[in-house]
Design a protein around this ligand. Structure first.
Ligand code: AMP
Length: 227
């Protein structure tokens, strides 16, 4: 495996509330690379009252539907071109469809894809406790509680439950996820890029497994470069 210019082009897949956002953030902090979340990018657009796209984006997100691929592809392509991605990035929320995965392969070289596996039953249990702030920091009232249930420990902003974490919306999101996920998983499995992680372990255990795999990847790339 050659050591490329950007050894950390990392994708995190998994159902909603699987903890992939938390894991992506931890990996981004560990390797000092940006955490890119299409969910956060779109939430921010939705919140911009002067942005002509805000209402359109809201009409999809608030109903648990996918935002049109053409728009999301463009947002991702612009984001990964930025200077802070010189070593790569840790991305969650994208790709969500096979079409998006194929598009990403056309514009960049993905190094590793982590699938955080969690059953539907566990997801419904987790959903009710998730809280986020407007900067995308994520907490869970039971599994990763902030000191104060209403305030983000990281940035001091207010915590809230996202509209798309409400039960009916989550069911619809799970349906969308299952419809698309198999094809994406197969796409990356065939390229030997996929690592499946049991997401029903503690946050620390999941993180340790991911870091171990990444360090192994890096070692083999460095060895390849030496030989
Ligand atoms: P997330 O924070 O990743 O759960 O995303 C929240 C919502 O943003 C989703 O339910 C979609 O409406 C939208 N969204 C995020 N990423 C994508 C994507 N890659 N393609 C289409 N819609 C997306």
């Amino acid at each position: 495996m050659p050591l490329n210019d950007k050894p950390f082009e990392l994708i995190f897949l998994g159902p909603p509330v699987s903890g992939k956002g938390t894991q992506t953030e931890l990996v981004a902090n560990t390797f000092d690379i940006p955490h890119i979340s299409t969910g956060v990018i779109l939430q921010n657009i939705k919140a911009e009252t002067n942005n002509p796209l805000a209402q359109e984006v809201a009409s999809y997100m608030d109903n648990g539907k996918l935002v049109p691929t053409e728009l999301v592809n463009r947002l991702v392509a612009d984001r990964i071109k930025k200077d802070d991605c010189s070593l790569g990035y840790a991305m969650d929320g994208f790709p969500r469809t096979l079409e998006q995965a194929q598009y990403l392969s056309q514009i960049t070289t993905v190094d590793r894809v982590f699938l955080i596996n969690v059953s539907d039953e566990a997801i419904v249990e987790r959903m009710s406790g998730r809280r986020v702030c407007k900067n995308g920091h994520t907490w869970h009232l039971k599994y990763s509680p902030p000191k104060d249930q209403l305030i983000c420990d990281t940035c001091g902003e207010s915590l809230f439950q996202r509209d798309d974490d409400k039960e009916e919306t989550v069911k619809s999101r799970l349906e969308v996820y299952h419809r698309e996920a198999d094809a994406i998983v197969k796409f990356y499995e065939e390229q030997g890029l996929l690592s499946k992680i049991n997401g029903e372990q503690s946050i620390e255990k999941v993180q340790q497994q991911i870091i171990k795999l990444l360090v192994t990847d890096l070692r083999s790339k460095i060895d390849w470069n030496k030989s």
